[in-house]
Design a protein around this ligand. Sequence first.
Ligand SMILES: Nc1ncnc2c1ncn2[C@@H]1O[C@H](COP(=O)(O)OP(=O)(O)OP(=O)(O)O)[C@@H](O)[C@H]1O
Ligand SMILES: [Mg+2]
Length: 423
Amino acid sequence: MTTHETQPRLISGLDVGTTKVAAVIAQVDDQGRLALLGVGCASSTGIRKGMVINVKETIASIEAAVEEAETQADVKMDRVYVALSGEQIRSMNNAGVITVSRGESRIPSTQEITEDDVERVLEQAKAITLPAEREILHVLPQEFKVDQQEGIKDPLGHIGHRLEARVHLVTIVSSAAQNMVRCVEAAGLYVEELVLAPLASAHAVLEDTEKEQGVVLIDIGAGTTDMIVYYDGGVRHTAVIPFGGNRVTNDIAQILHTTFQNAEELKQNHGFAKFPATVKNEEITIDGIAGRQPQATTQKGLSAIIEPRLDEILSLCRNEIRKSEVGDKLTFGAVLTGGGTLLKEMEEKAGEVFNADIKIGYPMHVDGLKDMASSPEFATVTGLLLYGLEHEDKYGVPKRPGGMSLLIRGLGTQVKDFFRELF
Ligand SMILES: Nc1ncnc2c1ncn2[C@@H]1O[C@H](COP(=O)(O)OP(=O)(O)OP(=O)(O)O)[C@@H](O)[C@H]1O
Ligand SMILES: [Mg+2]
């Protein structure tokens, strides 16, 4: 018996967000299902709009979240899937075409598509000219075309001469990705793969049927609003909008002359995304700051500050849905997740802007999700576990390393030098 078979198989995820760092550890059971072992959460101060702005603070937040998860799970986290977001993410659809290799066969009609052909066509599909500072983060296959036959999900074993792959490409500015990797490694962890945050969230909150018939997932965080559009089982569009719940809180703080922290409490306790006609409009008193007089407003007044900013954020989302070119075909409308969706009456507001079916997405598909980890704020980190499960074999070896893995692997010595300088 090898050691692989005696040790429990673990998968870990790390979401370094704008307000919180979340770490989770799960074990894969005999049936290939994930069971949650530990969850950790620490407040995050070194991240702005999904990107590292303070290395030391980010490392400290990661260490705190990881330690909490490890204590709860009673195991050490070593390798992790890490979520990545930020306004430097760009995406596009592209296609690649190859002639199927003839292999051993001399008879054209028996040219069977092999794994090697699929790899070659995906290489072709990602052969785009990128600015020097950019790297490809994901190549997400949408569908394949073999000769004249379209709509093939898995071309392996098909017979044909010409293989075409349509893909969705996600790119990132290398330094943004490297900064994240450096922080995670400095906290003593090995980065298995960087995963686009909304792609991870989609793994936790969406069902396959929704991805087939069309849906947009919108993860409203504190610093960014991340989107991913699925149709026909494939990713059609992704976008990162550089605003989230913090923008709403800032508006409240500015207009009501109060601190960010007070504004956050007002938003969470008294705010509505759309003030309902059936709710009594209660008075709210706001403490005066630095010797100023206390002020009075109402829940309706507070919501009148919140609503226009949400309209703006959701309208930007609507524009992105239009760009996807499948916006009018999304049977299951929009699924909203992330902490920003916890604002009261969010579904109603989103329904008004999108004029579509709206659902709040809670993390699923992992056993033992309870209390903290079942909240929409934990969609991304839970999704990382499911992404990991899908992308590695039963020994934890990645099935098909993505473009970004190379970038990460190449970092080793630079990382050590960087931290020698820092401390
Ligand atoms: N009960 C609530 N009502 C309203 N808003 C809330 C509530 N709870 C959390 N939020 C908002 O959710 C946001 C935080 O969400 P989340 O934890 O998903 O963000 P994050 O992952 O840290 O940030 P990002 O994804 O942008 O990097 C904050 O803007 C916060 O104000
Ligand atoms: Mg987030």
